[in-house]
Ligand binder design. Sequence first.
Ligand SMILES: O=c1ccn([C@@H]2O[C@H](COP(=O)(O)OP(=O)(O)O[C@H]3O[C@H](CO)[C@H](O)[C@H](O)[C@H]3O)[C@@H](O)[C@H]2O)c(=O)[nH]1
Length: 622
Amino acid sequence: MDNAVESLAGLSVTDGWASSAPNLQRNLGILSSEEIGLAMMLLREGQKHLFDHWPEPGVDDRRKKGFFDQVAQLNANYPGGLESYIQNARKLLADSKAGKNPYDGFIPSVPTGEFLTFGNDNFMMLEEAGVREARRAAFVLVAGGLGERLGYKGIKLALPSETTTGRCFLQHYIESIIALQEASCSLVQDQHEAEIPLVIMTSDDTHKSTLLLLKSNYYFGMKTTQVKLIKQEKVACLADNDARLALDLNDKYKIQTKPHGHGDVHALLYSSGLLNLWQSAGLKWVLFFQDTNGLLFKAIPASLGVSSTKGYHVNSLAVPRKAKEAMGGITKLTYTDGSEIVNNVEYNQLDPLLRATGHADGDVNCETGFSPFPGNINQLILDLGPYIKELSKTRGAIAEFVNPKYKDSTKTCFKSSTRLECMMQDYPKSLPPSVKVAFTVMDKWLAYAPVKNNLEDASKVPKGNPYHSATSGEMAIYKANCLILRKAGVHIADPVTDIFNGQEVELWPRITWSPKWASTFRDVKRKVGECCSISQRSTTVINGQNIFLDGLSLDGALVVNANDQAEVKVTGCVQNKGWALEHVDYKDISIPEETRMRGFKVCKIEQVEINYADPGKFCFES
Ligand SMILES: O=c1ccn([C@@H]2O[C@H](COP(=O)(O)OP(=O)(O)O[C@H]3O[C@H](CO)[C@H](O)[C@H](O)[C@H]3O)[C@@H](O)[C@H]2O)c(=O)[nH]1
């Protein structure tokens, strides 16, 4: 008999603490003191079924040890340990069974926030303020999601954000951060070269592929020391309302696990120690963002500018939301005692909450054609100081929820095992009223075009609601670039309508630029001169920092590559057969999945391509 057993809570085999689980009791001799401690905790928490099938000592001993390795890991990964996890689960499952509304006692209303208009003086002032602050920011990308709704076999970060250049989401994000870093340092004339840190939260589903994508592309130009990967672990699955842990159907020595949600990012950042390092390095802001929004960086400078000029501790970026769109609504929640919070109400909870509080029609559009509740795009900007203060109390634990799918209305059995989940945007829920929580709304065309839905689901989206597909995500990038150039004075032809993979979309000229060409609208304005025009069938690829369009008339395809020391003016009339978008059949499996999922491919028929690899001043006149 292991002496350590005696010392554990004064209990031993002879005390009979394990007598309710006789198969475990017979195996105590093969377990270490740590394992016995975990076994005691499991029995205390009603988990004796986990040992029901355990054979005599000597049979499957290694697998029994493996079971405890997993239990130890699940225990270590959850703030408060597995015991807290089971207790929290039991409570949330009871609330769910009782049909308890998590917002019981709260009255929802539309909050007030900052509404920005792209391109006006205020917007440009905020962009400049944001760029100034960017060198004191750290970026955190949550990318542990499997992307089940999209159904793509690879990681979403590796998908092309658009197929004119093929630049994938991760490349686009990293180049955008580097461009901001350079713009920020040159704006404040900082001799000391700031390096904006990037943290990527991965999971077992995405970790290896994310690392491979970075390594095989030399981190897309970022220093390897600037990028850190933190991996979230899955949590234990629950088999019933008593929060009994679910065993793997194919391996009875393994507990089933599932992802815990993007809310894990706060606990992981806290335990990584990075937040304190950033604070000592003088950083002030942490910006969280998601894996597939090709427009996001067009909105970052101004929203960071809002945070810094208004002194907001928490600022969520939002866009006008269509009723029932799969994005949470930013909502003011007033409790019966008069206290208030402004928080995201997730898209599946907004409708029932509204119906339960006197809004008979639930989640519907108002006279503007949009829901009165701004849509949360899950881009959060936190002031690092108050964030550290809060996390030192909570250790990053975030309010959880459970969403079991019951077999029938008795709510006694689940269709399949469930687990607790948490969302990163619920961080403000626990904050004291002294913390300044706000949100900033921008145009959707400028800030939000995620890639989440597979083509079948996208084609079933109600007319007028966004598809959130690979097709619409790419089209949105062209549209935004066109509207920005229009605002800067370029004559851009109107779009035509086309249908790809059953989705009707606006097809604008395919204009792209590398992030270093322009981080802000002022940059764009500075780089386009008088009398430029671009026809609808045209494609433009601007790849370089100091490329100026002046008196350019384009009808076809134009590609300009220039290194940072080359200053290139592009003028005159460029006309050629250009690059066409050719429809492809999504069922044709000889075509790459990345192409099929958007329903078209770029056919490069004819173009003018100019390259400037040497420093100097150049003028290209066609
Ligand atoms: O366990 C997880 C689950 C998800 N993610 C990451 O979290 C992000 C968001 O995941 P989803 O795209 O699945 O999120 P949803 O569409 O369900 O919803 C979230 O994004 C929406 C906007 O895109 C709304 O803001 C909504 O309120 C918010 O919960 C992705 O980058 C994903 O990779 C993780 O890192 N770990």
